[in-house]
Design a protein around this ligand. Structure first.
Ligand SMILES: [Zn+2]
Ligand SMILES: [Zn+2]
Length: 282
């Protein structure tokens, strides 16, 4: 049985494994096609592609762009996009800068709550300039302030919690446009994150389709069987591709494994040619 995993993070954003390490994990899991989808950055793709060639794994160039609408965060996955596109890279640079200015503010909030933490030590732990909240969560775990990343978010880092700092994000329509202008396919990641169900969800997907959406991430580590079935139906209803991925991050989400998520994920390799066909039609 061969598998696909189209949602993977590396040390180039907030994952704890290098692109090469992720590829070796994919190989061990029997994954034949992957997409590296780091947050707002594509620099991990060349290393993954090189290791993929050695291991016989196809690497689809990808990205995950954060966007927001009303009180929901929408993450848009981009596939097959041109990572050298100048306009895309300018836009991503601005987005990353806004994240960088946010992290020191989060640290200040934590310090005001009496927690001994510095931005320098979080950056050292991340081993990359692309620091995200999961790195801060890991630092809080190392300091034994919290027992898990989830607790760090629930107590301090999530929207509405005392160390939360809002961030200016593009709208979903803008994120889709950025992906399309870089000649990529735009896919709505982990649709359960959207605070909408039933007709409200259908209305949002209809609008996203108008904005240029190509697919929905129907297979996802935390989806129940029923949710997967519902998202597959939603994708069919709007003529969208149904994609899937684990959202592997390594140590920050230790229960999620490449290819199999929490053990039950199975994304059929037959999805890969459909995606390639759609990309060829762009
Ligand atoms: Zn996401
Ligand atoms: Zn992700």
């Amino acid at each position: 049985m061969s598998y696909l995993d189209l949602h993977l993070h590396t040390t180039h954003s907030d994952g704890s494994c290098t692109p090469s390490e992720v590829m070796h994990l994919a190989h061990a899991a029997g994954v034949t096609t992957v997409a590296i989808t780091d947050h707002d950055i594509t620099t991990g793709i060349p290393e993954a592609t090189l290791t993929g060639q050695q291991l016989g794994i196809d690497v689809i160039p990808g990205i995950e762009i954060s966007s927001s609408f009303r009180d929901s965060e929408f993450h848009l996955l981009g596939y097959f996009l041109d990572c050298r596109d100048a306009k895309l890279n300018d836009r991503l640079t601005i987005l990353r800068k806004s994240r960088h200015s946010r992290n020191p503010q989060i640290i200040e909030h934590l310090r005001a709550l009496g927690i001994e933490i510095t931005y320098d030590e979080v950056r050292a732990l991340a081993g990359t300039d692309s620091v995200g909240r999961p790195h801060i969560a890991r630092m809080l775990m190392e300091k034994r302030v919290v027992a898990s990343a989830r607790e760090a978010f629930d107590r301090f880092l999530a929207d509405g919690r005392p160390a939360y700092v809002p961030r200016h994000l593009p709208s979903p329509a803008e994120a889709i446009l950025w992906i399309k202008e870089a000649r990529g396919l735009a896919v709505l990641a982990h649709p359960t994150w959207i605070k909408a169900t039933g007709d409200a969800l259908i209305g949002l997907v209809r609008q996203l389709k108008v904005d240029g959406l190509d697919g929905i991430e129907a297979h996802y580590s935390s989806h129940t069987r029923r949710q997967t079935r519902d998202y597959l139906a939603l994708a069919r209803q709007f003529g969208l591709l149904a994609t899937g991925g684990s959202d592997f991050h390594g140590l920050t989400k230790p229960d999620i494994k490449v290819g199999i998520g929490r053990g039950t994920l199975h994304i059929p390799a037959s999805l890969a040619p459909k995606l390639k066909d759609a990309a060829a039609r762009l």
